[in-house]
Design a protein around this ligand. Structure first.
Ligand SMILES: [Zn+2]
Length: 175
């Protein structure tokens, strides 16, 4: 895989004016936050972005993010390959009010300044695209059925599930 580096900081409005298409790869090891969810940080994310303006004059960034990452299977604790395919469609706005008026197919991207961190944006989209709990498909998992399930495990360790109301109470007590 040839990895052409993907630009990090861009001026989104300038990119829109020039109708730029960007395509490239960001190495996973360059994305700090997403690594917390992964077993290893080898590999890269493929990113394709288009900066343009629609017929209503909304400046947008549309694109796709593709990656294959390694997560821990929550049943057998071995590595499981997870594919991330995220579409993104961001409408660039300059205020919260403008964000509310965006057509529903855009997610608002609030632009306060002329610099947008594309790596951070891709990283956030990637995290949203990851499963909350990765598991192997049936037949590929090394988990031995009948050995016990999560509920048994919890009881054996003497842990009780947290009561949400207790947590609420704790939060209230702090105030
Ligand atoms: Zn598994």
């Amino acid at each position: 895989m040839s990895v052409a580096s993907f630009p990090k900081m861009v001026d989104p409005l300038k990119m829109v004016d020039q109708r730029v298409d960007l395509q490239g790869w960001i190495l996973l090891k360059q994305l700090d936050r997403v690594q917390d969810y992964l077993l290893d940080n080898s590999g890269a994310v493929e990113v394709k972005l288009r900066f343009d303006k629609d017929e209503m004059g909304v400046r947008f960034i549309a694109g796709v993010i593709n990656a294959k990452v390694s997560m821990q299977c929550q049943r057998c604790l071995q590595a499981v390959e997870v594919k991330v395919n995220s579409d993104l469609s961001l409408g660039i706005v300059f205020s919260e009010d403008a964000a509310k008026n965006l057509p529903g197919y855009y997610d608002p991207l609030l632009s306060h300044e002329s610099a947008l961190d594309l790596w951070k944006m891709v990283e956030e989209e990637m995290i949203l695209g990851l499963p909350i709990a990765a598991v192997h498909q049936e037949g590929e998992c090394e988990f031995i059925a009948g050995f016990g399930d999560c509920t048994d495990e919890t009881e054996r360790l003497g842990e009780k599930p947290a009561n949400p109301f207790q947590i609420l109470q704790q939060l209230k007590d702090k105030n």
